[in-house]
Design a protein around this ligand. Structure first.
Ligand SMILES: Nc1ncnc2c1ncn2[C@@H]1O[C@H](COP(=O)(O)OP(=O)(O)OP(=O)(O)O)[C@@H](O)[C@H]1O
Length: 287
């Protein structure tokens, strides 16, 4: 159980929050239009292997909910079910009244769910701005091809999206990298571009798949700070799937712990940290 530690994870954003289009938030900062994410009895099998067994938990609107567990616990499988990549053999995933478990991955952005990938999935030769613009695609009316043809309405729309991209890049501390090819950026910054691209879809819920995997201590601290800032500034829900229990403890409101495909604990960070089953699972895994 390492403790990477997030400095002041919540609320103390170094940057102005990007104005989102979602209208006013509740006094607690949570956006009004964010439904709960309900994972209900989800089972996933790969042949004889049961990767997830009857897993249930709820991500409250506007909360930062971590899913942790030792190697092979089923975290990636769960993440892939939430983002429509894997089909569950049983159970449901509901986001408000939308069934995510029946939805194809490319449709999921349209209902306000954005994900990042454990391994970077960016176009290296393209600029940061171009990569971020990909996140806006489903929000365009005219399409960027029409913008390429310089139709006035499309050009106006393109400019509006470009301004929003610049704003989100600034928020993620990437403002001065906007026109650089992604392949020239540090690993930590490339991971930040991926998070920025997910935010460019204007999500109601952000699914982060091991956002600090492969980062050094400094990059990990910055990313932890950023994740807290995103939640505080935008009032959206965040699901953080992480290998490292210490990394999530200062950030998460609630933690679900998986082991061998089963939910072994669900509670506040303090509750799960002192749970004997969780301690046993982590010690057994030598983490
Ligand atoms: N595509 C697959 N085919 C067969 N078995 C799989 C597949 N994906 C995962 N598994 C198995 O399902 C179980 C859960 O794996 P999963 O990758 O979801 O765990 P994890 O918690 O993400 O592990 P890690 O922390 O090592 O990434 C493991 O036993 C794994 O071997």
């Amino acid at each position: 159980m390492t403790a990477a530690g997030a400095e002041g994870g919540r609320g103390a954003g170094a940057h102005r929050a990007p104005d989102d289009d979602a209208g006013p938030a509740e006094p607690d900062g949570v956006r009004r239009d964010i439904p709960p994410l309900e994972v209900d009895g989800v089972t996933v099998r790969f042949g004889a292997v049961t990767a997830l067994s009857d897993v249930s938990f709820t991500v409250a609107p506007g909360s930062l909910h971590a899913v942790i567990g030792p190697n092979g616990a089923g975290k990636s499988t769960l993440f892939n079910v939430l983002s429509g990549v894997y089909r569950a053999a049983a159970g449901e995933v509901r986001f408000g009244d939308v069934r995510l478990d029946r939805m194809r991955p490319f449709r999921i952005a349209g209902v306000g769910v954005a994900r990042t990938f454990q391994n970077l999935a960016l176009s290296g030769r393209q600029s940061v701005a171009d990569n971020l613009m990909i996140g806006r695609h489903h929000l365009t009316r005219t399409g960027f091809v029409s913008a390429g043809l310089r139709l006035p309405s499309a050009t106006r729309e393109y400019r509006r999206h470009a301004a929003r991209v610049a704003e989100i890049a600034e928020f993620l501390d990437l403002g001065d990298q906007l026109h650089r090819p992604v392949e020239g950026l540090s690993y930590g910054d490339r991971k930040r571009v991926e998070t920025a691209r997910a935010l460019c879809t204007e999500p109601k819920i952000l699914l982060l798949d091991e956002p600090v995997a492969g980062m050094n201590a400094d990059e990990t601290r910055r990313m932890a700070q950023t994740i807290g800032d995103i939640r505080a500034a935008l009032g959206i829900s965040i699901v953080l799937v992480e290998h490292d229990m210490g990394m999530v403890m200062s950030l998460a409101d609630r933690v679900t712990v998986l082991d061998f495909g089963r939910r072994i604990a669900d509670g506040t960070p303090a509750e799960v940290q002192s749970d004997p089953d969780v301690i046993k699972a982590y010690l057994g895994a030598g983490t």
